[in-house]
Design a binder for this molecule. Structure first.
Ligand code: MN
Ligand code: MN
Length: 288
């Protein structure tokens, strides 16, 4: 056969056997509190990835030089929350058992819950960096304690809120505001605030959970919960670059509902962010 047949995985994806870093889609939207649709993120991001260069001007590296694989989307049946969460937990554990750095992307932010808990089970001194427009620490949403608007509260209940810092938050309930004030979790998304926090962590293992609705909705309308007043991509990437060389143990990049953005720029923003995150992961002294 002289022709090349392409399965549209993320730009630059290698075979799993060659990979130190594993990208995988977690695309499910069963607790989305306003507009659902992040179950469709996977294809949109991979398609968008072919519209960008493999070389990053920001980090002066090429995706083609980085040993990463895209496993595709994990099958997560709509409507089955417990199964979705437990399947993500077992998938990420399997990826880490191969010595691969996990980067999950796509669906609603609840899906970070099993990813962070998996990191914490291995690294009890875990520090969580949460980037989002929303606080996500409600005690419950409509009597459910485990949704995309509450999951970080359940993480805090278990790992301790003092091990969480939140950047870019501009929306939440009065109750969340009180919790955030009590535990001093919220910081602005500025280079100074991020640098001072990351420096304070020293060699602690870090998990980064990134809800892309931290971006201003004029740049990133492809979300079910757009929140005016956000940051722009250049600020996001300058902040994320501060994690280069740190002891990262896992990352996610979540909340893309591509159908709300007919221009496709939101999927492009997530693809470009993932390119940079793959490069940052490659600098981590990762131990599974
Ligand atoms: Mn969120
Ligand atoms: Mn959010």
């Amino acid at each position: 056969m002289t022709h090349e047949f392409v399965i549209p995985l993320f730009l630059g994806s290698r075979s799993p056997e060659e990979a130190k870093i594993a990208l995988f889609g977690t695309c499910w939207d069963g607790t989305s509190s306003f507009k659902a649709g992040s179950r469709f993120a996977g294809y949109a991001v991979r398609e968008a990835s072919y519209g960008m260069e493999e070389f990053s001007f920001y980090q002066q590296e090429s995706l083609l030089e980085i040993p990463f694989t895209d496993y595709g989307d994990l099958f997560l049946p709509p409507g089955q929350k417990e199964r979705a969460l437990s399947d993500i937990a077992s998938a990420v554990n399997e990826i880490k058992s191969k010595g691969q750095f996990p980067i999950a992307f796509g669906g609603e932010h609840l899906l970070a819950y099993p990813l962070i808990m998996s990191a914490w089970e291995t690294h009890k001194n875990l520090a969580v960096i949460h980037v989002d427009a929303h606080a996500d620490i409600r005690p419950d949403l409509w009597d459910d304690p485990l949704t995309h608007a509450t999951f970080l509260g359940r993480i805090g209940d278990q790992i301790g809120f003092e091990n969480i810092k939140q950047f870019g938050i501009r929306s939440g309930s009065k109750e969340e505001w009180k919790i955030a004030k009590h535990f001093d979790t919220i910081r602005p998304f500025t280079i100074d605030a991020l640098k001072s926090h990351i420096d304070s962590l020293g060699n602690r293992p870090i998990y980064l959970t990134l809800d892309m609705d931290v971006l201003d909705p004029s740049l990133y309308p492809g979300t079910g919960t757009p929140e005016p007043g956000g940051i722009f991509w250049d600020v996001l990437i300058e902040g994320l670059k501060l994690l280069r060389g740190k002891y990262l143990v896992g990352m996610d990049c979540l909340e893309l509902s591509p159908h709300y953005d007919s221009t496709g720029v939101s999927a492009q923003a997530m693809a470009k962010t993932l390119r940079e995150m793959i490069m940052i992961a490659n600098t981590s002294a990762f131990q599974p």
